[in-house]
Design a protein around this ligand. Sequence first.
Ligand SMILES: Nc1ncnc2c1ncn2[C@@H]1O[C@H](COP(=O)(O)OP(=O)(O)OP(=O)(O)O)[C@@H](O)[C@H]1O
Ligand SMILES: [Mg+2]
Length: 363
Amino acid sequence: MKISHIKIKGFRNLKPLELKIDKDKDVFAFIGSNGHGKTNLLEAIYLCALSKSFRTRTNSDLVNFEVDFCKIECAVDMEDPKILEIIVTKEPPQKVLKVNGVKRNASDFIGVLKAVFFSPDDLSEMAFAPKLRRRYLDVMLSQLDHEYLNILLRYQEVARQRNALLKKIREKLAKKEELIFWDEQIADFGLSITQKRADLIIQLQDLINTMYKSISQTEDELKIIYQSNIGEFDDKQSFLLKMTQNIDRDIATGTTQLGPHRDDLQFLINGHDMVYFASRGEWRSLVLALKFAEIQLIENKTGEKPILLLDDVFSELDEIRQKYLFEAIKGTQTFITTTHKEFLDGLDVERVVYKVGHGEVII
Ligand SMILES: Nc1ncnc2c1ncn2[C@@H]1O[C@H](COP(=O)(O)OP(=O)(O)OP(=O)(O)O)[C@@H](O)[C@H]1O
Ligand SMILES: [Mg+2]
């Protein structure tokens, strides 16, 4: 799939912008100094794919300081072309999502445009942040499996309600028995999420291992282990029992301790946990392997290549990994930001280069 047109208005520091994207080229580079709006541009595109930002949960942050609303419009060229629109207003705080002019909820909007985003944060934080590792699974599954996204959204809502009730129980404003209603739903949705994540890991395992070997140019075996904290994936009774055993801790903390929101991934190289033994270079190879496996799996499952958003990653990669990235980009519509155009020197495909300065994007 390819984006054919982008229109942005009132978004962060970007000046009103309209870009017609040349379908015959694959790489679109945005070059500019720090703080001029490069990441903002990728963030706007990412929003059209996932309806959320990769760097804020507060919608009003997205709207330019001086205006009341922002609008992003993206035309997507695929078998059945679509126009995606996002409008965010400050007052009332609201986000409206539209597909072909018709208002849609998040679960019908997400996944129309499929995108893989890659930033220096992935490289530096994958080793330390379980949240980022969970997000890797969620972003991929949300774009691949409509049902997963629905279940995840419902699970998150139920967990919020249960946590509010836990706090009420702690303050003696509600009874423990009232939890049963929510526990049942946490177990049902939680088990479905866990099952789907476990299935995804099985599908990714070989892909990631092969890519890791090729990027790091070793014969090292990479294994991913899914760490679920709810035990057997199909055993609702034992999940409910564990929740009951945990209930006093849940009430004391006012949070739900068990469930897929606490899942994690463990990566082993030749059987050794990367968290304790891996070098920075090995983590970098892993993150690249994860991203390329994501692209590959989305293509295998949907028959369409996702678009790729690369935010200033070249400065973080050595020559071998840069070369690998350049090879992998070929044939994929890719939006790249960089501070120095020299970083694109190793890329032997035709590209369109834009300059980004003070929020303005010019060719
Ligand atoms: N809501 C907003 N309204 C106006 N300006 C904003 C808003 N949100 C962010 N900005 C500004 O946008 C500017 C550009 O941010 P961006 O992260 O896109 O820069 P960048 O070009 O990617 O820089 P770097 O090379 O350092 O990553 C920042 O100066 C920031 O203050
Ligand atoms: Mg940036």
